[in-house]
Write a protein that binds this ligand. Structure first.
Ligand code: DX5
Ligand code: ZN
Length: 215
């Protein structure tokens, strides 16, 4: 499986509908939505009011990445705003099992994300309950950073554990992905890749998505 999830963090917010329509026409199956609270990460992005027009403008899967403290408090509202996947940060969540149950009860798929310093094994004991694992290949907070190659070892460890145990969980990677490194991340076992600047800084964003898929 190969999925591209363009991150609207790098979109033009003055022309958000145009940029979402581009994704809607493209070969990307997901739309990645980065929510930052200025506490879990040193940056603030956007929240519920931005989700609604995005949901209206596309029928693609909305892949919501919560870089916020106490994510369980807000899960239900993100699902109501149209999230298909809700991914919290392992490091931000006191009770991941409760958060997963809440996401599923609200009718969405549940993801957990790990920062570069968090080992893959940290989430093994609740991996069976997840629909998605999001491996950060940059420090969360900003688009346009360089890919950290050691994140690939974590992808391989997760791929092995998921395959050996027969879990139904996708692996996504986020940060510094472009057509230059997409092949190695898919080969390492990723099912989905997030791409922000590689898509929205490209002269032809739809072609940039194709280039990542064909890398
Ligand atoms: C960073 C975000 C990413 C970001 C990726 O904290 O989680 O999704 O938008 O941007 P690029 O693809 O430019 O690294
Ligand atoms: Zn993200």
């Amino acid at each position: 499986m190969k999925i591209v999830s363009p991150s609207i963090l790098s979109a033009d917010f003055g022309n958000l509908e145009r940029d979402i329509k581009m994704i809607d026409r493209s070969q990307a199956e997901w739309v990645h939505i980065d929510v930052m609270d200025g506490v879990f990460v040193p940056n603030i992005s956007f929240g519920f009011p931005v989700m609604k027009p995005v949901r209206k403008a596309t029928s693609k899967v909305l892949d919501v990445h919560l870089m916020i403290v106490e994510p369980e408090k807000y899960v239900k509202r993100f699902v109501e705003a149209g999230a298909d996947y809700v991914t919290f940060h392992h490091e931000a969540c006191a009770d991941p099992r409760a958060a997963i149950a809440e996401i599923k009860a609200a009718g969405a798929k549940a993801g957990s994300s790990i920062k570069p310093a968090t080992p893959a094994e940290a989430i093994f004991d609740y991996l069976s309950e997840l629909d998605l694992v999001l491996v950060m290949s940059v420090e969360p907070g900003f688009g346009g950073q360089s890919f950290m190659p050691n994140s690939l070892d974590k992808v391989r460890a997760l791929r092995k554990e998921i395959d050996e145990k027969g879990y139904n969980c996708l692996i996504e990677i986020d940060g510094g992905i472009s057509a230059k490194n997409a092949k190695e991340v898919f080969d390492a076992g990723c099912d989905a890749v997030v791409a922000g600047s590689a898509v929205f800084s490209a002269p032809d964003p739809e072609q940039a998505i194709i280039d990542i898929l064909n890398a």
